[in-house]
Design a protein around this ligand. Structure first.
Ligand code: FES
Length: 335
């Protein structure tokens, strides 16, 4: 049996949850509306880098002479700081950001080629036109705040300028992947809040959004139930009241109570203090009254009261409507 008090409580908690997220959406939406797109891109001090060299293609060895011992899916010529390289892929990644498996060979000598930190730093400096000076490159592992989907390790070079620019470069090729600065990091924080992407998945299709969607549906559902109940209680038939003889503090009195209101709340409105710890929530088992009426015990009462208590006419006043009674005692045993 669903306790109406529990529905109200759930509705309040869900309202708070959904309300807080709505405020976050409003705040972050305002930020996006006012955001300086260029500054927030992180590219304030970014400039293009040309890697193209002038080695004649006639000096390049054929691909068939490369020392590759795995099945090759594709191979292409790339330039890194003027050096011609064959990029041999042994696995075709779905996206640029998914984990890649490839090997680089010098296109003239055919020897395996690995980028050096000094080359990484030179490329980072070439991609930067700000006033800062560059730190030594550091090889960093995912996740990266600027792109939660990025699965490849990247070099990071930091510049000590006014917006703390960070340049991220591909671990093998030195290709500039992204510039990041204080503005883009603030934008990322706002995106995280807006899309509830607290695990940095890089999108909005994640389990927390699904849970939040279900919570919103439950809020709507509980709201409809409560509205329906309120409408019922406002209908002429629901306004019907009952006369109940109540024994309290040794005195018997006849009270006119709303038939569709839980007895606990109906008595409280008449200043009859029924013991409780949960405020009518159906969990403390304190709001015991005794009655001579034949009222079916609810599952909650069967859990909180003993069989002997139920057999003797004890019931929990928050579990029944006032209309189910004609005679109750808050002073146990005096009916
Ligand atoms: S008020 Fe707590 S169980 Fe009824």
């Amino acid at each position: 049996m669903i306790n109406p008090v529990n529905i109200t409580r759930w509705h309040k908690w869900l309202s708070a949850l959904v309300g807080i997220q709505c405020l976050i959406w409003a705040g972050t939406g305002l930020y996006f509306n006012q955001m300086d797109t260029q500054a927030a891109s992180g590219n304030q001090y970014r400039q293009p880098v040309s890697h193209r060299g002038n080695t004649p293609t006639a000096r390049f060895i054929p691909l068939s002479k490369l020392p590759v011992d795995e099945p090759v899916l594709s191979a292409e010529l790339i330039w890194v700081s003027g050096t011609p390289l064959y990029q041999v892929k042994t696995q075709e990644p779905l996206h640029q950001y998914t984990a890649q498996q490839h090997k680089l060979f010098h296109a003239v000598s055919g020897l395996p080629w690995y980028i050096q930190p000094a080359q990484v730093k030179r490329i980072a400096v070439k991609s930067y036109n700000g006033p800062g000076s560059a730190s030594a490159p550091a090889l960093t592992l995912p996740p990266f705040e600027f792109d939660g989907r990025q699965q490849n390790p990247l070099w990071k070079v930091t510049f000590n300028d006014d917006v703390n620019t960070e340049v991220y470069l591909h671990a093998d090729t030195g290709k500039v992947i992204a510039h990041s600065n204080d503005h883009s990091r603030l934008k990322h924080l706002m995106l995280t809040l807006h899309f509830m992407d607290y695990t940095n998945t890089g999108g909005f299709n994640h389990p927390l959004i699904v849970v939040f969607g279900m919570a919103t549906l439950m809020l709507a559902g509980s709201g409809l139930v409560l509205a329906y109940r309120r409408r019922l209680s406002a209908s002429p038939s629901a306004k019907a009241s009952v006369d109940v003889t109540v024994t309290y503090n040794g005195q018997r009195q006849t009270l006119t109570l709303p038939a569709k209101q839980p007895l606990f709340f109906a008595l409280t409105k008449h200043n009859i203090s029924v013991p409780t710890e949960c405020g009518g929530g159906g969990s403390c088992g304190q709001c015991v009254i005794q009655t001579t009426n034949d009222v079916l015990a609810s599952p909650t009462e069967r859990a909180l009261l003993s069989d002997a208590e139920i057999a003797s006419g004890k019931r929990l006043s928050c579990q029944h409507m006032a209309g189910e009674f004609s005679d109750v005692s808050v002073d146990y045993g005096e009916v």
